[in-house]
Design a protein. Structure first.
Length: 267
């Protein structure tokens, strides 16, 4: 199978967690996706996800974890970090590099602070340590669109806020079609994850992170602003910071050197 990509499930006492695995390297890399997980989990995405990050497949065995399939009301990003620890232990992962994007980066911050013995290196991409007005405005807009069941508006707002203007202009004609085929039966999972973004707070705990850390941000990030990345880098001892001029929240897809930047740090 391409890149040794496999879909999987971790069983919990009361629910399950979707995950994927690819690559054949000796070192382990754990990846955590953003709020999009609220609309679609990692289930069945092993090959396309591996294709996107295929440059990691030689050096690492990569795992990507969703949040649990049954998310309770009031579920926090720190709760999600605890569940990630349980999932890793269930799969026999004793230690790994950790790479979190957006909301996944929020979870990764708590994980690195709570379970330092499990983390080799940490990469935090387009994420924040606490809500700011930019994040609150974006997430509340998406929550309102979800509550109204307006998936087209939700997708349009996502693409417009996450990506650059050039990307949005190219993608806009396809948004209605994508919205028509991706609308979930329920938005409960999305809304509960969105709420956890609004209550996320790790700022006072960042100084506990001991893993070598790379923080990556976009100067034109419309979802949380560039200062959110700078704030994290200032609070984590010895953290490195890389800011992308002209890039927004979706720089992990748009910046041509992004994967190589992360690989260089992890290597």
């Amino acid at each position: 199978m391409l890149w040794n990509a496999k879909n999987g499930v971790v069983k919990f006492p009361d629910t399950t967690m979707d995950c994927i695995r690819f690559g054949s390297g000796e070192k382990i890399l754990v990846m955590l996706p953003g709020l999009g997980d609220g609309l679609r989990t990692m289930k069945g995405t092993a090959i396309p996800f591996a294709a996107m990050y295929r440059s990691f497949a030689k050096d690492f065995t990569v795992y990507a974890f969703s949040r649990k399939n049954d998310i309770p009301v009031g579920y926090t990003t720190r709760d999600m970090a605890r569940d990630l620890m349980i999932a890793m232990k269930a799969l026999g992962i004793q230690r790994a590099h950790l790479f979190g994007v957006s909301m996944g980066g929020m979870i990764a911050q708590h994980f690195a602070a709570d379970y330092p013995e499990l983390v080799d290196k940490l990469v935090l991409t387009v994420t924040c340590a606490r809500p700011n007005p930019i994040l609150i405005g974006a997430v509340m807009e998406w929550m309102e669109q979800a509550k109204q069941g307006d998936h087209k508006a939700l997708m349009d707002s996502n693409v417009k806020k996450i990506y650059t203007d050039a990307y949005y202009c190219r993608s806009r004609p396809m948004i209605p079609l994508v919205a028509a085929v991706t609308k979930p039966k329920s938005y409960d999972r999305f809304l509960r994850q969105a709420e956890s973004c609004l209550t996320h707070y790790s700022y006072d705990r960042l100084s506990r992170i001991t893993a070598p850390t790379l923080v990556i941000g976009g100067e034109e990030d419309r979802c949380l602003g560039g200062d959110a990345s700078r704030e994290i880098a200032q609070q984590i001892p010895g953290a490195c910071l890389k800011m992308y001029p002209g890039q927004g929240h979706g720089l992990y897809e748009e910046a041509k050197d992004f994967n190589e930047t992360v690989l260089a740090f992890l290597r």
